[in-house]
Ligand binder design. Structure first.
Ligand SMILES: Cc1ncc(COP(=O)(O)O)c(C=O)c1O
Length: 466
């Protein structure tokens, strides 16, 4: 029975048979924990005073157990410093986790990545400090699963002003990024008995897998130069990227937008993924589709491109009748997201720092795009592209390959040279032959790397060209 939990120290979980107390037993338990890898090299052990108090032992017993382990080489004791598990202790090697990220390529031209080096660290830190100074004790407790009202209010103002979204704070639900939004919505759709979700073809494979795991069938709908072919949608729900189709990069034509709105008014659930709508460079801005039919279209956005994917904040603007079901599901699965981060984002928006960041990045991404495009001129001119041409927007471009070149061969050879690129092939849903193309992101790599990266890519293409 612990004698004093409130003493300074670190926690250590020790399990033993209380009938066999003493130094030898404690040393044995700790030795086993180190051998099993439960206590890893470098782990700081509690002070003898605190462990003795926690375990109800004499301090001398703990001291002797530590000394014994030090003699055996399991722990390291130094005067005036905490006892730590020795670096050379015979702990088993931790198995490598499958979730470990592969190292960043030397030239990171992978799409879907913003320039995280431009994350507004100073502004985020200042906003965090302000929030910590004034956050109420109530806000530190379990709160509103819909998202903190301060963020929903800030988002309603921002989305209305910058993206043309028609909403009130009451219709916004805060979540952990778009992927989370889609997951929540797919679960709700499956619960309602919707059998299938129409998905743009091509589109991100992870999103379709997510829908399938929620129990929905996924129906491909082809995309052409006017965006998704609305007349081909034959499902009760559809996900679209109207501002900038991912990955092809086209904008949905106004006639298609009107057809989609009509479909939504007839009861089809339309989910609008506005993942990079802020980053339109030379084209006239196109507002959210949701604005035309706010009672029928679900709008989803994210901070992953404007700030950084690590922020894990996204938002869903819902027709009124869907707010309660989404919040109930969130309450059950998440309870709520991080209120501290939500308040920091609200502070960034209301202070104007978020707009400044978006505007700075918009200009930076346009420069980067132009520099990349200029470099890509040095590559073999692709044969007549059989793909719809993307607009000057977002963080990526699709580069069709000349006839005879396989995109997977090109990507493998490029990856071997540490050039990170993506292939269009993995985005298609329909089978059969596809035009070969690579997808190049221009946001993540420093732009002074574009010339050597494209030169390296050219070497790869020259080598592979029959
Ligand atoms: C089409 C599309 N939608 C949404 C997202 C954003 O996802 P999240 O907010 O989960 O990071 C991405 C990210 O790459 C994307 O490519």
């Amino acid at each position: 029975v612990p004698v004093e939990w409130s003493s300074a120290g670190v926690d250590l979980h020790v399990e033993w048979d209380r009938s066999r107390r003493g130094r030898l037993r404690l040393a044995e338990v700790l030795r086993n924990a180190i051998r099993a890898g439960r206590l890893t090299p470098g782990t700081r052990l509690p002070s003898t005073r605190s462990l003795a108090a926690d375990l109800g032992l004499a301090r001398g017993t703990v001291t002797k157990a530590y000394e014994q382990l030090a003699v055996e080489g399991f722990v390291l004791t130094r005067p005036g410093a905490p006892t730590t598990v020795a670096a050379w202790s015979p702990a088993p090697r931790a198995p490598t986790s499958p979730s470990v990220q592969p190292p960043r390529p030397r030239w990171d031209l992978r799409p879907c990545r913003p320039d995280v080096s431009a994350f507004p660290r100073v502004q985020w830190e200042a906003a965090s400090r302000r929030i910590l100074q004034r956050i109420s004790t109530d806000d530190l407790d379990y709160g509103n699963s819909q998202g903190h009202p301060a963020l929903r209010t800030a988002l309603a103002e921002y989305l209305g002003r910058a993206r043309g979204v028609v909403t009130t704070p009451e219709r916004i639900v805060v979540c952990n990024g778009y992927r989370h939004a889609l997951s929540l919505l797919c679960t709700i759709l499956a619960d309602k008995g919707v059998p299938s979700l129409a998905i743009e073809d091509p589109s991100l494979p992870a999103f379709r897998e997510l829908a399938q795991r929620a129990g929905l069938r996924t129906d491909p709908v082809r995309v052409d130069h006017r965006g998704v072919r609305v007349e081909d949608i034959d499902a009760a729900a559809v996900v679209v990227t109207p501002a900038h189709q991912y990955p092809l990069g086209v904008t949905m034509h106004r006639e298609r937008r009107a057809e989609l709105v009509e479909l939504a008014a007839r009861g089809v659930t339309v989910i609008e993924d506005d993942y990079d709508g802020e980053f339109r460079f030379t084209q006239p801005p196109v507002g959210a589709l949701q604005a035309i039919a706010p009672d029928h279209i679900i709008y989803a956005g994210t901070a992953s491109k404007t700030l950084a994917p690590a922020v894990r904040l996204g938002w869903i603007v819902l027709p009124e009748h869907l707010v309660a079901p989404v919040c109930e599901l969130l309450e059950l699965t998440e309870r709520q997201g991080s209120v501290l981060d939500q308040l920091v984002l609200a502070e960034l928006i209301t202070s104007g720092n978020y707009d400044q960041q978006v505007r700075r990045q918009r200009s930076s991404y346009l420069q980067r795009r132009r520099r990349l495009m200029a470099e890509l001129q040095h590559l073999v001119v692709p044969a007549a592209p059989r793909l719809p041409r993307g607009i000057e927007a977002g963080l990526h471009t699709v580069f069709p390959l000349p006839d005879g070149l396989s995109e997977t061969d090109v990507a493998a050879a490029a990856n071997a040279e540490s050039i990170g690129i993506d292939v269009l092939g993995r985005y298609w849903m329909h089978g059969g032959a596809h035009p070969q193309a690579i997808i190049i992101g221009y946001a993540a790599a420093p732009d002074h790397g574009f010339a050597p990266a494209v030169f390296a890519l050219k070497t790869v293409l020259d080598r592979l060209t029959p």
